[in-house]
Write a protein that binds this ligand. Structure first.
Ligand code: BES
Ligand code: MN
Ligand code: ZN
Length: 493
């Protein structure tokens, strides 16, 4: 989608449709005064009240240049945040798209109310439209004849200078594109979105941005000793890839932050095979890897002033004659021995090697991992929030701050040592699963053994990875969870 900005009044702007945000108790909303002729009646009659999520389409009958006004409710003024704006634009952009409008205008003056920052509001508008109208038609053959598509967005204002709007529009577009890339990868089928495809995506970014990409294949990971990662990869013929991406490696005097993403391109469970029902959903078990790869592109394009290392261990988890067995003891890259209990707990097998690799080779100031790690997390928090675990308050502060601006909901979970009891092994240093009670917590405790005391947070995105129906700026499907969150963590660093 093409995004531009323009300084022009609503009355002069000749567009097929303009979206206007309207606060609750709209009759008193001074902003609408100039439009009394057009929207006076719908407000007077009380058909449109400006409640959050409410939408009404008004035809201007030639009274101003724009053909249609789409009013979208923003709710009560005292509750208004940039997240309200992002959601309103998500919903209204889909409505505009369904009318087969190719170009949509958004009047910034109707959104950047009172306390909201103008650049942040512009950013949220662009994010809302670009994320909200996202659809993946890659695998459809009818394509454009059947699927309507928004081609252009114009954010305009009568009073705000174009340079200021441009700032928010550019970052908004970069970040929303990154979320959409994450969704495209995460929701794509396992026969297309293979470890090789993820590696290709990382290599594309090397060409198009300043990112440095390194790919280890099966042989190379063997040579290095990424044994725990390889234990999972052993069961599949699909070539595994251990992907490393670096932004800002040549920046002087900046801190290093590592991002690690679980990329199980298909999780069948392996020898501890999953039941057939819903198994197809496990094509998205590489969402964590997609978060990291997609975020890296935005990090590079925004040229964030940090050294950011992205590590994505990517492989299928399949049952076969060469697959790892329950009961196997694996010596991981860290040197710890791990007793495999259930081959379906493969995420922590690939992640522990990636965490050790990051801690050892890059000595980062902090590490964040993203993983669709446990079904238990879905049970605990449902689809609205990401549960996270951290060993350090400074990482917690960064995440909580970024959650407010990005709108990605997160919830801190406990990481108490008490849970280690469930990981005791008779033969090895520890078992890799601890049974059903507190399943997300024992998984996090397991990972904590591989962080080499680096301040770290583990984000279990299993619940929040997908959306069951269109809602706000998330169309049904992959949400691209925590992409905005981690970008904001790094922007605010
Ligand atoms: N990828 C799954 C977790 C998952 C399940 C994510 C459903 C999203 C939706 C993970 O690899 C897994 O299978 N975890 C097991 C762990 C268990 C064997 C200890 C689980 O949660 O059942
Ligand atoms: Mn699994
Ligand atoms: Zn998995």
């Amino acid at each position: 989608m093409k995004v531009d900005v323009k300084r022009i009044s609503l009355k002069e702007n000749d567009l097929p449709l303009v979206i206007l945000g309207v606060l609750e108790e709209a009759k008193e909303d001074i902003m609408l005064k100039g439009l009394n002729e057009i929207v006076g009646e719908i407000l007077e009659l009380g058909d449109f009240k400006g409640k959050t999520g409410q939408m009404s389409l008004v035809y201007t009958q030639g009274s101003i240049a724009t053909k249609r006004l789409l009013l979208v409710g923003l709710g009560k003024e005292e509750k208004l945040t940039v997240e309200t704006v992002r959601k309103a634009l998500g919903n209204s952009s889909r409505k505009a798209r369904d009318l087969d409008v190719k170009k949509v205008g958004v009047n910034l003056d109707f959104f950047s109310r009172n306390k909201l920052d103008i650049v942040e509001t512009t950013e949220a508008i662009v994010q809302g439209v670009v994320m909200g109208s996202f659809q993946n038609i890659t695998y459809k053959t009818e394509k454009l004849e059947k699927y309507k598509k928004l081609d252009e967005l114009q954010v305009f204002s009568e009073t705000v200078e174009e340079d200021i709007m441009k700032k928010g529009a550019e970052s908004g577009k970069i970040i929303a594109d990154s979320v959409n890339l994450c969704r495209t990868l995460a929701w794509g089928p396992a026969n297309y979105i293979t470890p090789t495809k993820l590696a290709d995506e990382a290599l594309r970014m090397e060409k198009e941005t300043g990112i440095k990409t390194t790919i280890f294949d099966r042989e190379k990971t063997k040579e290095i000793g990424l044994t725990s990662f390889l234990a999972v990869a052993r069961g599949t013929k699909e070539p595994p890839k251990f992907i490393i991406m670096e932004h800002g490696a040549d920046k002087q005097g900046v801190e290093t932050v590592a991002l690690i993403g679980k990329a199980i391109t298909f999780d069948s469970g392996g020898i501890s095979i999953k039941p057939g029902q819903n198994m197809e959903k496990m094509k998205a078990d590489m969402t964590g890897g997609a978060v990291v790869i997609a975020a890296m592109e935005a990090i590079a394009k925004l040229d964030i002033n940090l050294h950011v290392v992205g590590i994505v261990p990517a492989t299928d988890n399949m049952p076969s004659g060469t697959a790892y067995h329950p009961g196997d003891i694996i010596t991981s890259y860290s040197g710890h021995t791990i007793e495999v209990i259930n081959t379906d707990a493969e995420g922590r097998m690939v992640l522990n090697d990636a965490l050790t690799y990051a801690a050892k080779h890059y000595e980062p100031k902090a590490m964040f991992d993203f993983a669709t790690l446990t079904g238990a997390m879905m049970i605990a928090l449902g689809e609205h929030a990401v549960g996270y675990f951290s060993n350090h308050d400074f990482v917690v502060d960064k995440l909580e701050e970024a959650s407010k601006s990005s709108g990605d909901k997160i919830w801190r979970m406990p990481l108490w040592e008490d849970y280690d009891e469930q990981l005791k092994s008779d033969l090895a240093d520890f078992k890799h699963t601890g049974g059903r009670p507190g399943g997300s917590i024992t998984a996090a405790r397991f990972l904590s053994k591989f962080t080499m005391d680096v301040p770290w947070a583990h984000l279990d995105i299993a619940g929040a990875m997908e959306q069951s129906s269109d809602k706000d700026y998330n169309p049904k499907g992959s949400k691209g969870p925590a992409v905005r969150l981690i970008i904001d963590v790094l922007r605010n660093w």
